[in-house]
Design a protein around this ligand. Structure first.
Ligand SMILES: Nc1nc2c(ncn2[C@@H]2O[C@H](COP(=O)(O)OP(=O)(O)OP(=O)(O)O)[C@@H](O)[C@H]2O)c(=O)[nH]1
Ligand SMILES: [Mg+2]
Length: 311
């Protein structure tokens, strides 16, 4: 998740490429709508519909077009002007939620729990984060709290091996909360900086798995009442508006502190990040733009908004 200047350009083009499916829908739409020279009611209405179909959310879409109307109604306008205007306004809207996941160094360890539905990208994100923090010289350890799915531990181990961080494993189908409890004890005794807890993917209809999550949270608190210090929900951007119900669902079970949005490469639904930011006011820590170990980056609202509008 580095963000230094040399890498900045490469990273931006990667984000822009990733968002191409989302942005081409918007830019082609804008070019098709903004054909007349002066901004009128019809154009505004069509632009609003276009923004809604790009998953930006109804409220945000109408507020963006209202602002455009206020500043440019009946004035000459080009598709480029509209793109620039939307990119600037979107960046302003999402700026408040862009907060990097910071590790509180006074905690030993800083406990990070990672939750989400099946296949959202939890394990992959943990692999990327472990690597990032380990490279910074922090002592990272991971607990394979997904004891539910057979191949889960092996998959996680591939990542922790790559990142060169230790992994705590239990038995298949074993008690996840028990494993997390002993994992945290070990981590404390070793003086780790960070303990990351992977969990099994779960859906609403799997009540026992949701209950298991709150149990994990409870056993962590027995050792450290302030932990977990962060509980991040990993959301797959390709699910579009469905992401909202996932946030609501997990909020009910655990104390969510932030979001990571994965698979922004190759989705036409990247706009959902804007409506998520508006609706839930949860920090967006990072975005995933690929399956590689370096394909997780801090969420930069300006880059994202530009990428979304294909600028
Ligand atoms: N293209 C792309 N693929 C990703 C990204 N993040 C994760 N994936 C892929 O998504 C798939 C699922 O990722 P996992 O990390 O296994 O997801 P999970 O949430 O741990 O899944 P479960 O443990 O089954 O709940 C894998 O094939 C990953 O390589 C991303 O940012 N971009
Ligand atoms: Mg997993």
């Amino acid at each position: 998740m580095t963000d230094d200047k040399n890498e900045k350009k490469g990273w931006f083009s990667k984000l822009k490429d990733g968002l191409k499916k989302s942005s081409s829908k918007l830019t082609e739409g804008i070019s098709a709508i903004v054909t007349k020279r002066k901004l009128d009611e019809d154009m505004l209405e069509e632009l609003e519909e276009l923004l809604i179909t790009a998953d930006i959310g109804v409220e945000t879409a109408s507020s963006l077009t209202a602002e455009l109307s206020k500043s440019r109604f009946n004035q000459e306008i080009s598709p480029e002007d509209v793109k620039e205007f939307f990119a600037t306004e979107i960046a302003k809207k999402i700026e408040p939620v862009a907060q990097e996941l910071t590790v509180d160094s006074s905690k030993h360890p800083f406990v990070l729990m990672v939750v989400g539905v099946n296949g959202g990208g939890k394990t992959t994100t943990i692999g990327k984060l472990s690597n990032y923090w380990a490279k910074q010289g922090l002592k990272v350890r991971v607990v394979a709290g997904d004891t539910f799915r057979a191949a889960a531990v092996a998959q996680l181990e591939t990542w922790t091996n790559r990142a060169n961080v230790p992994l705590i494993k239990g038995t298949e189908q074993g008690d996840a909360a028990g494993l997390v409890y002993s994992g945290l004890e070990i981590s404390k005794s070793k003086g780790d900086d960070i303990l990351i807890i992977d969990t099994a993917g779960r859906l609403q209809n799997k009540g026992h798995l949701m209950e298991e999550l709150s149990k994990i949270e409870r056993v962590i608190k027995k050792i450290d009442p302030e932990a977990p210090h962060a509980c991040v929900l990993v959301l797959d951007a390709t699910t579009g508006q469905n992401a909202h119900s996932q946030v609501e669902l997990f909020k009910k079970t655990v104390n969510l502190t932030g979001l990571v949005l994965t698979k922004l490469d190759g989705t036409a639904k990247g706009g959902v990040l804007v409506s998520l930011a508006q609706k839930h006011a949860l920090p967006v820590h990072a975005v995933g733009v690929g399956e590689g170990i370096d394909d997780l980056r801090p969420f930069n609202p300006h880059d994202f908004a530009k990428g979304l509008l294909g600028i």
